[in-house]
Design a protein around this ligand. Structure first.
Ligand SMILES: [Zn+2]
Length: 563
């Protein structure tokens, strides 16, 4: 994945719009917070790094990764040369230097490899590739020794000499990652794309294994039985969210906490649920006459696995949640939510969050980065790369950025341009990671209740102001779940306005387990709210997904206020 834009430090951070002008916020500092044990430790120690350090730290990390990978490839290359001259890889017949040639390819492609790995978000795959190659390399070194041929390299070279050529090993690891996400066809095609596939034992073995697992997959019999659950922004700091102010009750009713969301993901995973995309459920299929028709999807999962769709509404990081003093910018007295999605210097999706002490952190503070971390650990939770649908309105910008045109006059062209570009970079990165971006309307009105003219205006406003930032979409998530019709087929001016703007997937809100209509020209699905209200008042309605008692955050004040 490529992100063309990283917001310059001076525009991105450390500045506030105060008293009608930009001001440096001298109190801001950054604590580097990445997922993983070490990162948590650094937080515990309260390691403070000046703002200018963020990018440098990121670059340093990326650099370290490059160095590590280079060293691995260099060892492999040296070892492969040795192996090519001596015993060689049994698969490479003929010119023994063919081995050397093949081994050198990954070394030359290394920067590209790094990008692919980053975009797929599968660092584990590349590290285990190194492990596999190193292990098989040891075997080759022993074989070479056994032949009694003269030594031409150091012992370090010998210990890393590969039996499977590095390019084949790299292909194998990528294929394993695809197979982990149930895309066995792609995995098999990748394995067979290797020129010497037939003579490479490891690839042939993997291919047979994938074929065997693939043949046991079960087609999900009825895609109209797929549940769709959704969340709002996640509460990071329960003390601030539930501090008793006028917003506390609403947070308690409509939001989940970070700890609840993590527990829910774990329970869904343990229960055999697998994230699929709305297009997996009902893809647009081109017909013989050139038209497109929506049809039930062909979802193939191992027996016992069950598809589910996930979305998040209002991923805008509204000011009421993050800004306590009315200056339109997040601050430490905000209600304890992340304040924006960020593409960090390594290209990863993360969130910015301001602690009660005023420390500005980046890390797993909302659904997207938490889900990314979870899928990194459990790649089999995502069907063929599926992620969540991210719904955005437009009246207060998107993803926490000041993209509303009113900010152009306030910020000036350059600073406003940075806000737009940063939000575009987030949209680009979301899509590269497998997320879908949906319209959640521009101004969050109840489409079922407002006039057709008002719907037309709102739809157009999103097209004019949000679409240029986040890109085109055909998914619409009704605000308040307020649909434009009952269960009957869509028709009328509201539908015409939505259809003309390109929407084909329409999601309302409903408590039942699942509700899906697949029409020739469009798809409708009901979504289930997972929030404090549902968990407290109707826990039995979630029994098919998880037991509320297993996930409820003890920091949530009970009873949840009635609506
Ligand atoms: Zn909403």
């Amino acid at each position: 994945m490529r992100v063309d834009f990283i917001m310059p430090e001076e525009e991105n951070q450390g500045v506030s719009w105060r008293n009608g002008k930009w001001e440096k916020r001298p109190d801001k500092f950054l604590i580097i917070h990445k997922s993983g044990k070490n990162a948590e430790k650094s937080i515990d120690k309260g390691q403070k790094i000046p703002y200018t350090g963020e990018k440098k730290a990121g670059e340093a990390n990326a650099g370290m990764e490059r160095i590590d990978r280079r060293r691995v490839w260099a060892l492999l290359l040296a070892a492969a040369i040795l192996a090519g001259c001596l015993a060689g890889c049994a698969q490479l017949t003929g010119d023994p230097f063919g081995n050397m040639k093949i081994a050198s390819r990954p070394a030359r492609q290394e920067p590209g490899e790094g990008e692919t790995s980053a975009s797929a978000g599968k660092p584990a795959a590349s590290s285990s590739a190194g492990g596999t190659a190193a292990q098989s390399g040891q075997k080759t070194a022993q074989t070479a020794e056994g032949t009694g041929k003269p030594e031409t390299g150091s012992s370090a070279q010998q210990t890393a000499a590969p039996q499977t050529p590095p390019e084949a090993a790299a292909i194998l690891e990528k294929a394993k990652a695809l197979a982990a996400g149930y895309d066995y066809d792609a995995a098999l095609a990748l394995l067979r794309s290797y020129p010497d596939f037939d003579s490479c034992d490891e690839l042939v073995r993997a291919s047979a294994e994938f074929e065997s697992v693939k043949s046991a997959l079960v087609r999900w019999p009825d895609p109209t039985t797929i549940p769709h659950i959704f969340f709002h922004s996640l509460i990071v700091d329960t003390a601030r969210a539930f501090d008793g102010d006028s917003d506390s009750g609403g947070y308690n009713q409509y939001m989940c906490t970070v700890s609840e969301f993590r527990a829910i993901l774990q329970k869904l995973y343990e229960g055999g649920w697998v994230l699929v995309g709305i297009r997996d459920m009902a893809p647009a299929v081109k017909q013989a006459d050139g038209t497109v028709r929506y049809e039930p999807g062909n979802i193939l999962l191992p027996a016992g696995k069950k598809p589910i769709i996930l979305s998040q509404d209002d991923v805008n990081y509204y000011e009421y949640m993050t800004d306590s003093d009315g200056d339109h910018f997040p601050d430490k007295k905000g209600d304890g939510f992340a304040d924006r999605l960020v593409v960090d210097a390594t290209g990863a999706l993360t969130c910015e969050y301001i602690t009660a002490e005023g420390a500005v952190l980046t890390g797993d503070y909302d659904l997207v980065p938490i889900l990314e971390s979870f899928i990194r650990q459990h790649p089999d939770f995502s069907y063929r790369g599926a992620r969540a649908i991210i719904g955005v309105t437009g009246y207060q910008g998107v993803f926490g950025y000041k993209t509303h045109p009113k900010w152009k006059g306030i910020l000036g062209d350059q600073a406003y341009g940075y806000q737009i570009k940063a939000a575009q970079a987030v949209a680009q990165s979301l899509k590269a990671h497998g997320y879908e971006i949906a319209s959640h309307s521009f101004g969050h009105p109840a489409y079922g209740e407002i006039s057709a003219d008002a719907v037309r205006w709102d739809v157009q406003k999103w097209e004019d102001e949000v679409q240029p930032v986040v890109g085109d979409t055909d998914i619409f998530l009704y605000p308040f779940g307020s649909d434009i019709a009952g269960a009957e087929d869509y028709s009328g001016p509201k539908f015409d306005a939505l259809y003309a703007a390109g929407y084909r997937y329409f999601c309302n809100v409903d408590g039942r387990d699942y509700w899906v209509q697949i029409h020739d020209g469009y798809v409708r699905q009901a979504r289930r709210n997972i929030d404090g209200y549902r968990m407290y008042y109707n826990p039995e309605m979630l029994d098919d997904l998880f037991a509320v008692k297993d996930v409820l955050d003890p920091a949530r004040p009970l009873p949840v206020p009635p609506i």
